[in-house]
Design a protein around this ligand. Structure first.
Ligand code: 3PG
Length: 213
């Protein structure tokens, strides 16, 4: 993956994972995240308007890092990239999706849950993968155990990561960044509680800065 994208994941540190129903909310949400210090979004393809939301966010906030999550097929890769997605994330390791992205020079972060998945990603030339669902799999302990033989790999744990446990992940160098939805929960977006989203983002960012400096 291009070094500048890797650097941005690392600098931002916490990637909000968002299921956004209405593109009308995209710009206000992006404002809240940016003001809170988390200028990034993984917009999941779990809603009908996901691509439209990516397009809106990219247009209104060109400096943000905006990508597509829950990408399950090469057709969805095309849809996300046409909308302006800067990276592709999947919950699991899908060789077809990964190879397709590599061939088109699209940054891709596949999900992994086992050493077999990590090795498959490594074999295709990746050095950065998601771990999903991180907490249920065993959290940082499990990731450290899996990472031991693959000292070239870095990880983005997601799934059950929150303000309660993010410190344990971010203390480890093998963790490039974490992903999570705790600052962008559905009810906060539905009720247009953008101030709360901003406050939760700011709190998360300040914890991140305490740990990473
Ligand atoms: C993901 O796709 O990464 C997760 O759904 C985010 O998990 P969380 O909702 O537990 O933060």
């Amino acid at each position: 993956m291009k070094n500048n994208i890797i650097r941005r994941f690392k600098e931002i540190g916490i990637i909000p994972v968002i299921a956004l129903e209405h593109k009308e909310d995209a710009s206000l949400l992006a404002d809240a995240l940016c003001k809170g210090g988390l200028p990034a979004a993984e917009i999941t393809f779990r809603t009908r308007e996901a691509a439209a939301c990516i397009k809106e966010m990219r247009a209104s906030h060109p400096d943000m890092l905006v990508g597509a999550g829950t990408i399950l097929s090469t057709a969805q890769v095309d849809e996300a990239i046409s909308a302006g997605a800067q990276f592709i994330v999947s919950p699991g390791f899908d060789e077809e999706v990964v190879k397709y992205c590599i061939q088109k020079d699209i940054p891709v972060v596949p999900g992994t849950a086992t050493a077999t998945d990590v090795q498959a990603a490594y074999k295709l030339g990746l050095s950065f993968v998601k771990v999903f669902p991180a907490e249920i799999l065993g959290g940082i302990k499990m990731i450290k155990a899996i990472a031991a033989p693959y000292n070239m790999m870095t990880f983005m744990p997601s799934g059950g990561v929150s303000e309660k446990n993010m410190d344990a992940y971010l203390k480890e160098d093998i963790i490039l960044c974490v992903g999570g939805s705790w600052m962008v929960k559905k009810d906060l977006i539905d009720n247009k509680e953008f101030d709360t989203i901003e406050a939760l983002s700011r709190e998360a960012r300040s914890r991140f800065e305490k740990i990473r400096g």
